[in-house]
Write a protein that binds this ligand. Structure first.
Ligand SMILES: NC(=O)c1ccc[n+]([C@@H]2O[C@H](COP(=O)([O-])OP(=O)(O)OC[C@H]3O[C@@H](n4cnc5c(N)ncnc54)[C@H](OP(=O)(O)O)[C@@H]3O)[C@@H](O)[C@H]2O)c1
Length: 204
């Protein structure tokens, strides 16, 4: 259901690139970061999970595909039209650099945390354990924190409506999910570290 976000971004972009009509370097950078993220999320990550027999209602999957298609297409259309940072964006503009660094920091935190969670189970295991190490010592869901930071970075880089909307949707989706995960850990493991927060170190 995440693959459609990758495909939809390229619907407005691919014909331009095919015709040799390349958008600006910042637009190509934004499209590259999106592609990098969604190749991992939709093609690599699912093959690495050790989730067994977990089910999801079809209607949830269809809504997710609808959201991902619209979100991917809108971001792709703005990138294709070079609607970035209000005008032609420069590679050395402070917003480009800040956006890229923020995206990179979030991506790294998300990847590391995803990796820790995926390796908690041995190949034949199905249960849950307390994740430990690095940001997991401060919060229950560094994977969600990383994802939010990453899309905030993308929004700073693009500085347009679809990218900011996506950062807001991501936070609106993952903050309640992180709070629910945190409550579950606290109620499931008696020895769960009490000083850990849910998603923002020291805050929430
Ligand atoms: N941009 C967005 O709006 C958005 C929305 C959703 C997800 N995401 C991203 O997609 C990724 C996956 O999200 P998710 O909601 O599936 O994350 P999750 O609930 O933390 O689960 C991630 C994986 O780790 C396993 N796992 C989690 N906690 C575990 C524990 N304590 N012990 C053993 N295994 C554990 C899960 O197994 P089970 O499946 O068996 O629980 C699952 O395979 C994250 O990086 C997230 O940021 C992004």
């Amino acid at each position: 259901m995440e693959l459609v976000a990758l495909l939809a971004l390229w619907v407005p972009l691919a014909p331009m690139v095919d015709a040799g009509n390349l958008p600006s370097p910042v637009a190509l950078l934004a499209a590259g970061l999106w592609t990098l993220h969604y190749v991992n999320r939709s093609l690599v990550y699912p093959l690495r999970t050790r989730t067994v027999a977990k089910r999801m209602p079809v209607v949830i999957m269809l809504f997710a595909m609808l959201f991902n298609s619209v979100n991917g297409y809108l971001n792709g259309a703005y990138i294709a039209a070079d609607q970035l940072q209000g005008a032609a964006a420069e590679l050395l503009d402070p917003r480009t650099i800040l956006g890229l660094l923020t995206f990179g920091a979030g991506w790294w935190v998300n990847l590391r945390a995803d990796n820790t969670l995926l390796l908690l189970r041995k190949p034949s295991e199905t249960g849950y354990r307390i994740p430990r190490g690095s940001l997991f010592e401060r919060i229950s869901c560094p994977n969600f924190l990383g994802e939010i930071v990453q899309w905030c970075g993308f929004a700073i880089l693009c500085w347009n409506l679809p990218s900011f909307a996506f950062a807001v949707w991501t936070a609106a989706n993952l903050i309640p999910r992180g709070l629910a995960h945190h409550r579950w850990y606290l109620s499931t493991f008696e020895d769960y570290p009490k000083r850990r927060k849910a998603i923002f170190p020291g805050l929430l």
